[in-house]
Design a protein around this ligand. Structure first.
Ligand SMILES: [Zn+2]
Length: 118
């Protein structure tokens, strides 16, 4: 289960950053290309968080749309269906510039708010 390993990574980051404080909310940016199923990730998150500082925290997912850049003409385009073809020149040499993210954007801690950037 793909979501379980993602949940483990999120909980590990949040737990480490919390440094013993309780985490009440975790904001995560997930790229569209990760193909995460949000309810499955929320379920896995709750499971993995048990017994850690993150237990009971709210998981807030923000999906990052997939974007590519054509290597031939430099145009940027949304990547929503395979094959990724440039809308401007029709080229197929498109590099992914967004949509593969998996970032813990911020944590809310019980006593103070802390931003986490990576
Ligand atoms: Zn192009």
């Amino acid at each position: 289960m793909h979501e379980l390993s993602i949940a483990e990574a999120i909980v590990a980051i949040a737990d480490r950053h919390a440094a013993g404080r309780r985490v009440t909310r975790v904001d995560v940016a997930v790229g569209h290309l990760r193909q995460v199923v949000p309810p499955a990730l929320e379920f896995a998150f709750a499971l993995v968080a048990e017994g850690t500082a993150v237990e009971g925290a709210e998981l807030v997912l923000t999906e990052v749309p997939a974007t590519g850049r054509c290597r031939a003409c430099g145009a940027e385009l949304p990547l929503d269906a395979f094959p990724f073809a440039c809308e401007a020149c029709g080229g197929l040499d498109v590099e992914v510039i967004a949509g593969e993210e998996l970032l813990v954007e911020s944590l809310d801690l019980e006593e103070e708010e802390a931003a986490y950037g990576c």
